[in-house]
Design a protein around this ligand. Structure first.
Ligand SMILES: Cc1ncc(COP(=O)(O)O)c(C=O)c1O
Length: 389
């Protein structure tokens, strides 16, 4: 007898995961032999810096790292993060209580709602936004409420425009600056406003700072720089984009110790910590790879200038990013974001992400990830020039 399988009702409430879909389409096109220029998923094309790799190779040979790592992370891992945090943001963190290792920041962002919200609670999610905030909220049985990021408002949410009946039920606010997909940066004054607002309404804040080091002008601030932020919030950081380590799966969350403890209780049931050899490599990244970070910023700035100017010359209305390796652009008049992305793939074999995939507020835009070399980016611009709209 065959077992009748039906996925859980929880899963049926989840929208399809956008990036997996795009990657499938790209693979199908490549299997057909098409010469795809892939500006879809935001995965750095350059390798992890060699000193990080060789540190990991050495650490792999150490049998102490072959056992379950469990818990918040190696003491050295958390101490180095505390030192880096202090020098980068001027914020003191207690390595014992205020820093926790993650299997990539996505893992922590994804598990957080399970630790802090209940069915019936509302979670405020930025839109357009990284789809994990919404998905994790749904999986925790809570209700996501989209907070629009409007271009006219610098892609910052207008917290005062959220209806009071929603705010009353809101338990958690996700924020993400530098922002994926818009490339916007939030000034410290905005974070001050957030802390005052969250304190007034008793809302917790989870700030996703995965792109904090990929900036073009002034270094973006940490949410935790605001006095009082630690009383109501946490911040997520990642090694993935800063050090080209997306495949390694290592990051951290820092800030409010009670929130961290609650998250740790969830994680105790799902994972057994970050492989220690990876933590040792991450320590090397924070200690020694600052020069590489500088080079990566210069590289993405060159790519951004080439691509943004190129699209602008073709008449595209582009939102020039202040950080990240994304370019958020209006689609040509008369097109939906999905139709625009399809046309670029079908006619000139350029993959981008339709803005609609980041929520309804992303309609009318597409996102290009600048994760190919300059010649390929130039070729993408040249190909796009041949499309008639
Ligand atoms: C806004 C944002 N936050 C978090 C992540 C996840 O990064 P990690 O590799 O640390 O899980 C991503 C990855 O694309 C992202 O775009």
């Amino acid at each position: 007898m065959t077992v009748k399988f039906r996925p859980s009702q929880r899963l049926s409430r989840l929208p399809p995961y956008l990036f997996a879909q795009i990657d499938r389409k790209r693979k199908v096109a490549e299997a057909k032999g098409m010469d795809i220029i892939s500006l879809g998923v935001g995965d750095p094309d350059r390798p992890t810096p060699a000193p990080i790799v060789s540190t990991a190779q050495q650490a792999l040979r150490d049998p102490r790292h072959h056992q379950y790592p469990f818990g918040a992370g190696l003491r050295e891992f958390r101490e180095v993060i505390a030192v880096w945090f202090r020098s980068r943001f001027g914020v003191s963190l207690d390595p014992e209580r205020e820093i926790f290792a993650l299997l990539g920041s996505k893992e922590g962002l994804g598990h957080l709602p399970l630790a802090v919200v209940d069915p019936g609670d509302i979670v405020l999610v930025p839109e357009p936004g990284y789809p994990v905030y919404q998905g994790a909220t749904v999986l925790a049985g809570a209700t996501p409420y989209p907070v629009p990021l409007k271009e006219s408002h610098g892609f910052l949410p207008d917290l005062h425009a959220i209806p009071s009946r929603i705010v009353r039920r809101a338990k958690l606010l996700f924020l993400n600056y530098p922002n994926n997909p818009t490339g916007a940066v939030a000034p410290l004054s905005f974070f001050r406003e957030v802390v005052a607002w969250a304190k007034r309404h008793g809302v917790l804040v989870a700030h996703d700072a995965a792109y904090s080091e990929l900036y073009f002008n002034r270094p973006p601030p940490s949410f935790l720089e605001v006095p009082g932020a630690k009383l109501l919030g946490v911040e997520f950081h990642s090694f993935s984009k800063t050090y080209n380590m997306t495949g390694w799966r290592v990051g951290w969350v820092c800030g409010n110790p009670q929130i961290l403890q609650a998250l740790a209780r969830v994680k105790d049931r799902y994972d057994s910590g970050v492989f220690q050899a990876l933590q040792v490599a991450a320590v090397a990244a924070l200690k020694a790879a600052q020069g590489t970070t500088h080079e990566m910023r210069a590289l993405y700035q060159r790519r951004r200038d080439l691509f943004v100017r190129g699209l602008q010359r073709l008449g595209w209305q582009v939102c020039e990013p202040q950080a990240t390796f994304y370019v958020w652009s209006h689609v040509p008049r008369g097109y939906t974001s999905a139709r625009c992305a399809e046309k670029l793939l079908e006619e000139v074999e350029v993959v981008c992400t339709p803005g609609r995939g980041f929520g309804p507020a992303g309609e009318g835009y597409v996102r290009f990830a600048l994760t190919v070399e300059e010649e390929r980016l130039q070729e993408a611009v040249d190909r796009i020039a041949h499309v008639t709209w």
